[in-house]
Design a protein around this ligand. Structure first.
Ligand code: 5AD
Ligand code: SF4
Length: 434
């Protein structure tokens, strides 16, 4: 195998994987490789995988098969959470060139160089020293950029692989984060989304996430701040107050609850109850009445009865989420729930998921319909399909399309005039200085 000249990164799963994928791309570009959008033509393909739910591994193998179709032999690197969980097995079964976990991808250039000499390279360590110090500076980003501030999880929900694939909770240091935020703004970011598996557990020397948000609020050139994903137990009063006080902090909160029944929550090891979650949302809404709420749900957790599932539906009715994600429970190897009795049948899970999703869709449509008539700022993120049409995001993370001569990265004041199933139509009012 020769040294690759071009590369393509394909990221699956969560926003942190998107961030990691960008950083891997920057690493390879810094070594002189050229990025290409065409996976079928790249010399090096990096599959940045997700292990959170079912069939992730099978998907990786079928992707590898597709890349090798017609006798092509690109160098293949498997990165991400499947790499971490099943590294050696992947090398053995699919004979890929490189396997690298989420905590060591700063070594990717060396691993690729080793593979180019013909020796498969595997690195799934969980080193103490963080990869971040070894990554190049951010240079080119879109108007909305991700910034990982915290990784890993110590909560050990019984269904979840994250504590095993991403490791223990680690916070990046304050200065390093502010440096990267400045670099992102210099590179064109108007909005920064702070990322972490438990982002609101971020801390450094007594400072918490709301201190970081207040510091970013003072960063010239930055217009919007978001953060995700939060755990209900780490939702401090300081963070809630920031939603009241900090203008750049967008009125949106993704706060997964997973289920609405206390027995199920306990079996999930969620360490919060239905009621404590609802009362927490009351406090958040008191601080920021227009906040858009989002959540994650799992249906068919082992032992979940029809009556227990009905508690999830009633919680949804009570909260009225602006948007949400819902999943069928998927047993993950090595997690406690995978060995629990009374696994729920696929048919029952399908049926529950459908009922849950129709309730969530109902609320999402209602939220969008209620937004019609509001005037708000939209951050333009990309061109639309029609000539002169641009797409952007409202403060409540809704997709908005409008006709404007504004450019990507501009903030426009827009009146929301129509709610479509998955987006809103807007009419431009005033162009705001960026
Ligand atoms: N099965 C189904 N959904 C899961 N999630 C995490 N683990 C599982 C699993 N084993 C969902 C949770 C989490 C989101 C990122 O993925 O809802 O919040
Ligand atoms: Fe997984 Fe639970 Fe940690 Fe979230 S809090 S990453 S669901 S273990």
């Amino acid at each position: 195998m020769t040294d690759p000249k071009t590369f393509h990164v394909k990221s699956f799963g969560c926003q942190m994987n998107v961030y990691d994928g960008e950083r891997m791309g920057e690493l390879m570009a810094a070594r002189g490789l050229a990025p290409t959008d065409d996976a079928g033509a790249a010399d090096l393909v990096i599959l940045n995988t997700c292990h959170i739910r079912e069939r992730a591994t099978e998907k990786v193998y079928s992707d590898i098969g597709r890349l090798r179709k017609g006798g092509r032999k690109p160098m293949i690197a498997v990165a991400g959470c499947v790499a971490q969980a099943e590294g050696e097995e992947i090398v053995r079964r699919a004979k890929v060139d490189v396997v690298v976990g989420p905590q060591t991808y700063h070594n990717l250039p060396e691993l690729v160089a080793q593979a180019a000499k013909g020796a498969p390279a595997l690195d799934t360590d969980m080193p103490i020293a963080s990869k971040f110090g070894a990554l190049p500076n951010r240079r080119r980003v879109g108007p909305s950029a991700f910034l990982t501030v915290q990784e890993g999880c110590d909560k050990f929900c019984t269904y979840c692989v994250v504590p095993y694939t991403r490791g223990a909770e680690v916070s990046r240091p304050w200065n390093q984060i502010l440096d990267e935020a400045r670099a992102l703004v210099d590179a064109g970011a108007k909005e920064i989304t702070l990322l972490g598996q438990n982002v609101n557990a971020w801390e450094d020397d007594g400072r918490s996430l709301h201190d970081l948000i207040r510091a970013l609020d003072r960063l010239p050139g930055l217009a919007r701040i978001r953060y995700t994903t939060s755990h209900p137990n780490d939702m401090s009063q300081g963070l809630i107050d920031a939603h009241r006080d900090v203008e750049k902090l967008m009125p949106f909160l993704h706060l997964p609850v997973q289920a609405g029944n206390d027995r199920v929550l306990k079996a999930m090891n969620r360490s919060h109850g239905r009621d404590s979650y609802l009362r927490l949302l009351d406090r958040v809404r008191a601080a920021r009445p227009d906040i858009a709420l989002s959540g994650d749900f799992i249906v068919g957790f082992p032992g979940e009865t029809e009556a227990e599932f009905a508690d999830t539906l009633s919680l949804v009715d009570e909260v009225r989420y602006a948007q949400a994600f819902s999943f069928k429970y998927s047993p993950r190897p090595g997690t406690p729930a995978a060995d629990m009795d009374a696994q729920v049948s696929p048919e029952v899970m399908d049926e529950r998921l459908q009922r849950l999703q129709s309730a969530l869709n109902r609320d999402q449509h209602a939220f969008n319909a209620e937004s019609v008539g509001r005037t708000c700022q939209v951050l333009i993120e990309r061109r639309g399909k029609l000539p002169g049409q641009m797409l952007g995001k409202s403060p409540w993370l809704q997709s908005v399309h409008l006709h404007t001569d504004a450019q990507v990265g501009d903030l426009v004041e827009v009146e929301l005039v129509r709610a479509d199933p998955n987006s809103l139509a807007g009419v431009e009012r005033v162009r705001l200085a960026a």
